[in-house]
Design a protein around this ligand. Structure first.
Ligand code: PEP
Length: 246
């Protein structure tokens, strides 16, 4: 099964108008690598301007609300994000699960709302270091995925990102064997829920300290279909080798 590689930058709470030239440069890079689907999940304040400069990259958001509208001060609906220019959204990032108390049910509901509005979704899962050290990573991450996978999930509109929490922003990554093994485990879990054909078609990204030095060997693993990249996506110079590696 050949799956188009997907490489997505997550700018988190970084980026001012002055950084829009990096968005433009990354959009141009994406055009040089048409075999790879490239995107940037920007802070909401940059989505509208970024979507006008995005070139061959897509622009995504980092979160959305599960409701269409209403009394949710400070929140943005999927429809609003689409109107601003986002076509993808990240759901269930560990920084939101941990600091905002987002539950698996919230993540599933947000993913459903995003899909209903017409967005594609990158659903994040991953374990803490304590869970990995206890030898429970497979069980915990599989359970997290199955509990946050939205009803009707399909490879056409949903990708999974496996992001071990202890690897995010730390410069530490699991061994290649551990990454492949987790991705294979997650694909098998997907097959049990959505069928083998859909599981084979669904992209499973790796995230956590991916950069130009390690991307090639990680993305070459058979069940790794690209990356969700934080720090190394903040400039075209840093992101270029990751995109090229895919
Ligand atoms: C992320 O937060 O999604 C991420 C992968 O960050 P970093 O690449 O900086 O570890």
């Amino acid at each position: 099964m050949s799956r188009r590689k997907l490489v997505v930058g997550n700018w988190k709470m970084n980026g001012m108008r002055a950084h829009l030239d990096e968005v433009e440069a990354i959009g141009k890079l994406a055009a040089q690598h048409p075999a790879v689907e490239v995107g940037l999940c920007l802070p909401a304040t940059l989505i509208m301007a970024g979507s006008q400069l995005k070139g061959a990259a897509f622009i995504g958001a980092q979160n959305c609300h599960m409701e269409l509208s209403g009394a949710y001060t400070g929140s943005l609906s999927a429809e609003m994000l689409i109107e601003a220019g986002a076509t993808w959204v990240i759901t269930g990032h560990s920084e939101r699960r941990e600091t905002r108390g987002e539950t698996n049910a919230d993540v599933a509901a947000k993913s459903v709302a995003a899909h209903a509005a017409g967005m594609k979704v990158i659903l994040c899962v991953g374990e803490t270091l304590a869970v990995r050290d206890a030898g429970d990573a497979d069980e915990v991450v599989t359970a997290q995925l199955l509990a946050s996978l939205p009803e009707g999930a399909s490879a056409d509109w949903l990708a999974v990102a496996y992001e071990p929490i202890w690897a995010i922003g730390t410069g530490r990554i699991p061994t290649l064997e551990a990454i492949q093994s987790m991705h294979a485990t997650l694909r098998a879990a997907l097959a049990s829920r959505i069928g083998q054909e859909q599981a084979d078609a669904m992209r499973i990204l790796y995230g956590g300290s991916m950069n130009g030095d390690n991307a090639a060997e990680i993305i070459a693993l058979p069940d790794v279909d690209g990356g969700l990249v934080g720090g190394a996506s903040l400039s075209a110079a840093k992101f270029e080798p990751v995109i090229a590696a895919a």
